[in-house]
Design a protein around this ligand. Structure first.
Ligand SMILES: NC(=O)c1ccc[n+]([C@@H]2O[C@H](COP(=O)([O-])OP(=O)(O)OC[C@H]3O[C@@H](n4cnc5c(N)ncnc54)[C@H](OP(=O)(O)O)[C@@H]3O)[C@@H](O)[C@H]2O)c1
Length: 272
């Protein structure tokens, strides 16, 4: 059986769909009849509720959003998966994950380090920024951020799901990290222009100093410290370090990753 956590998220939903025909169990916090897959109540914040779903030989997709307790929770789930005799854990990490890194980079770095020492066969997916974030960066015809002019090789979260589905349904390979990107690295100006072209209206990018972006995120409801960290992370990834494109999506799935134009063709309504 393939146990999928984070099944209601942008990667998880696409993954459950891609795994149609396989024996899948979605571990979810709320009833999720719309997933089209069997599901069971479980919460990563209570790791034993995930552990109770695992049997010897299962494959586990380990993914969730980030919260202050995420490192301890994921490490505990990894330990329970090892105890249960799980055959493989495929986890969603982040590009440049490393203990001590900023925000998610540091959290995932700690989780990944635990995973590699767990004794459970593993694969860590390390994507760059998700195209699915872009609608949230827009207000009216303006995209706000602190990326400067740096290019980022954004990836469509559905491609992460496709890589996960391939790994979870193929013979288990040696443990390794996969740096996942889209097919092109675009600057914020180019992204705004492409979105404007697809939507048929003008769109532009406005670069904000870190404190201003943090204030904007805070007004949208994000806790102050997280907002500042996120704005600083944007400035950090905008230095060009998330620009290089990899071939991992094509290497694993046999087809190229989706372009921004592909993403926009399916998500134009999210920008209106
Ligand atoms: N966004 C990016 O650009 C980006 C880039 C690189 C890496 N990443 C990484 O990608 C991962 C996914 O991020 P995301 O923001 O895209 O997530 P997401 O798609 O919004 O999905 C989050 C999922 O996790 C579930 N979840 C959250 N807390 C949970 C808990 N305590 N127990 C069980 N399920 C829980 C949510 O379930 P509910 O429906 O119950 O809330 C949801 O299904 C994160 O690890 C992030 O660091 C993100």
């Amino acid at each position: 059986m393939i146990v999928v956590t984070g099944a209601t998220g942008s990667i998880g939903r696409a993954l459950v769909t891609r795994l149609g025909g396989h024996e899948v169990l979605a571990a979810v916090r709320r009833p999720a009849g719309d997933l089209g897959s069997p599901y069971a109540p479980a919460d990563l914040a209570e790791p034993e509720t995930i552990g109770a779903l695992l049997s010897p030989g299962d494959r586990l997709f380990l993914n969730s959003s980030l919260w202050p307790g995420v490192v301890d929770a994921h490490r505990a789930v990894i330990d329970l998966a090892a105890k249960a005799g799980v055959a493989q854990i495929v986890t969603v990490s982040v590009r440049d994950a490393a203990p001590g890194g900023r925000l998610g980079l540091g959290m995932h770095g700690l989780i990944d380090a635990h995973l590699t020492e767990s004794g459970v066969p593993w694969a860590a997916l390390r994507p760059s920024g998700f195209m699915q974030n872009l609608p949230g960066d827009f207000e009216g015809g303006t995209m706000y951020g602190s990326y400067g002019s740096g290019r980022i090789s954004y990836i469509d979260a559905r491609d992460i799901a496709d890589v996960a589905a391939t790994l979870l349904t193929s013979p288990v390979g040696p443990g390794r990290a996969y740096v996942l990107t889209g097919p092109e690295a675009l600057s914020p100006d180019e992204i705004a222009a492409e979105i404007g072209r697809v939507l048929g209206r003008s769109a532009r990018y406005v670069d904000l100093p870190v404190p201003e972006l943090a204030g904007r995120l805070e007004r949208q409801g994000m806790p102050r410290e997280l907002a500042l960290d996120l704005a600083e992370l944007q400035a950090q990834t905008g230095d060009g370090s998330w620009a290089p494109v990899t071939t991992e999506v094509r290497d694993v799935t046999g087809r190229p990753p989706r372009t921004l134009a592909d993403f926009l063709a399916d998500h134009a309504a999210a920008f209106s």
